[in-house]
Design a protein around this ligand. Structure first.
Ligand code: SF4
Length: 60
């Protein structure tokens, strides 16, 4: 189950980075979030998925 971010949906709000800095970080150039640890099973990943305002984060 890989964590993925749909860059077209991400609005760069940084909520996922605040909730789960071990897994998500901002790409300063694109101002979109990126996944550092796609196979992470930390609980904060689910929090970030639930909290993302544009539902850009999912698992595949
Ligand atoms: S919470 Fe969603 S919209 Fe906000 S930065 Fe993360 S992926 Fe992008």
């Amino acid at each position: 189950m890989a964590i993925i971010i749909d860059e077209n949906e991400c609005i760069g709000c940084e909520t996922c980075v605040e909730l789960c800095p071990d897994v998500f970080e901002m790409n300063e150039e694109t101002e979109k979030a990126v996944v550092k640890v796609p196979n992470s099973d930390l609980d904060c990943v689910d929090e970030a998925i639930d909290s993302c305002p544009s539902e850009a984060i999912s698992r595949e």
